[in-house]
Design a protein around this ligand. Structure first.
Ligand SMILES: [Zn+2]
Ligand SMILES: [Zn+2]
Length: 102
């Protein structure tokens, strides 16, 4: 592995888990509760449109549903578009800060 990880315990999902989750949802973003869209996010992608996760990128990403990056079990994998993923990560950060300052 050559890519640096922000957390030593960070686990990426296995390729087949990501592929299965992606095809199960036909490439649609699984987000249900963002502030920037109502209800279900309607974005849909081709499997080739996976994003590496850089700033301002378009495409889809595999997300850790419960926000625990050590939990790489298949049930914790969900497909999110970049916009929703950034939104979710920001919400998780805020929740973490709120917990830490208590
Ligand atoms: Zn989305
Ligand atoms: Zn969303």
């Amino acid at each position: 592995m050559t890519t640096p990880t922000p957390d030593p315990g960070w686990k990426e999902f296995a390729d087949h888990v990501v592929r299965e989750t992606f095809s199960e949802h036909q490439g649609q973003c699984q987000c249900q509760g963002c502030s920037h869209h109502r209800g279900r996010c309607q974005k849909k992608f081709k499997s080739t449109e996976r994003s590496a996760g850089g700033e301002g990128e378009e495409g889809w990403q595999a997300d850790h549903r419960d926000g625990d990056h050590r939990n790489d079990s298949p049930g914790n994998c969900q497909i999110l578009c970049c916009v929703c993923h950034r939104d979710k990560t920001a919400r998780e950060r805020r929740a973490e800060i709120a917990r830490a300052s208590r």
